[in-house]
Design a protein around this ligand. Structure first.
Ligand code: UDP
Length: 343
């Protein structure tokens, strides 16, 4: 039924999953998307098909359903699974921790258990730079200590990494890669897929684009008195298409049997710190518009600065970020404009 290696993208209708699906298919893989549309609508799934000019098989499934997950792995010859099916709102995870522990951990447990049982050797987990917390030394390497998480979301990322590590070490039936994302932003150059936050965005770039398009009145820049060159926080903003290509490199490393350890971790960032203010100014310049913004109090829980040491990904995955911040911010704006045209 499938001539090429089949990759299950769990949560493939979401922001990152949809970009990964496109890059995997363009790299010659077959993709099966599993999604229950609990945290996204069909916009990105439709966009993926339009970009690729073909159907992409989709199974509507809740990975918290153990039987359904097991049946999926029993039915399809899955060469590797990429697990994105998780909730990601940090603030909500503090007020509703059980929702996050249940969804994010149960789905991972089911995926890992079924992969092991049905001979799917390769598991790629989407982790986060949030595991580093407020690191003392920048840039952070994969060896930097993981600090105690300050939210249930961050806690599920650490726990999921540990679950995967322990299962890999136990019977040797599966191997795993965890990719630690820094701040994914931007959209596909076609502007047919991108980030689609529900309600008021928590993240910076969707808030910027929604302010620019008039959906939000004003962007609040959280804190202008941090000990950084311009007083605003420093982050490592990674283009979502670059990020997606890191997944293709990691999947290839797994299915071609090139892993050096059965469980590996890679930072996925640009390696370059950019301040919130620099990002806002670049957005204005690249897209030729003025943003309504003001500097307000710091947001509780924000860390001052974090950026990635990306040398391990460069060496072992042969991957590094290629899109410029300007291209990325132009793509984010093109996507917001595309959404506005659909209305
Ligand atoms: N930020 C901001 N205004 C917003 C959203 C975010 O100033 O409306 C800042 C936030 O304080 C942080 C940076 O932008 O310094 C990135 O925040 P985001 O929530 O996108 O990602 P985080 O790094 O917190 O995971």
């Amino acid at each position: 039924m499938f001539d090429k290696p089949l990759i299950l993208v769990a949560g493939g209708a979401g922001y990152i999953g949809s970009h990964v699906t496109v890059e995997l298919v363009e790299a010659g893989y077959e993709v099966l998307i599993g999604d229950n549309f609990s945290n996204c609508d069909r916009t990105c799934y439709e966009g993926v098909k339009q970009i690729l000019g073909r159907e992409v098989p989709l199974v509507e499934i809740d990975f918290c359903d153990r039987t359904a997950t097991d049946n999926l792995f029993a039915t399809y010859p899955i060469a590797a699974v990429i697990h994105f099916a998780a909730f990601k709102a940090v603030g909500e995870s503090v007020t509703e921790p059980l929702k996050y522990y249940r969804n994010n951990l149960l789905s991972l447990l089911n995926v890992v258990e079924s992969a092991e049982r049905h001979g799917c050797r390769n598991i790629l987990f989407s982790s986060s730079a949030t595991v580093y917390g407020e690191a003392e030394v920048q840039p952070v390497t994969e060896q930097s200590p993981r600090l105690p998480a300050t939210s249930a979301y961050g806690q599920t990322k650490q726990m999921s990494e540990d679950i995967l590590r322990d299962v890999v070490a136990s019977k040797g039936l599966v191997r795993g890669i965890a990719l630690r994302y820094f701040n994914p932003i931007g959209a596909h150059p076609s502007a047919l897929i991108g980030e689609l936050p529900r309600g008021v965005p928590n993240n910076l770039v969707p808030y910027i684009t929604q302010t620019a398009v008039g959906k939000r009145q004003m962007l609040s820049i959280f804190g202008g008195d941090y000990p950084t060159p311009d007083g605003t926080c420093l982050r490592d903003f990674i283009d979502v298409v670059d990020l997606a290509r890191a997944h293709v490199a990691a999947v290839t490393r797994m299915v071609e049997d090139k892993m050096e350890q059965p469980y590996e971790i890679f930072n996925v960032g640009t390696g370059k710190p950019v301040s919130v203010m620099q990002l806002v100014e670049a957005f204005e310049r690249v897209n030729g518009l003025k943003l309504n913004y003001k500097i307000v109090d710091r947001r509780p829980g924000d860390i001052v600065a974090i950026w990635a040491d990306t040398s391990l990904a460069e060496q072992k995955l042969g991957w590094k970020a290629t899109r410029t911040l300007d291209e990325t911010l132009a793509s984010a704006w093109a996507w917001e404009c595309h959404l506005a045209e659909q209305k």
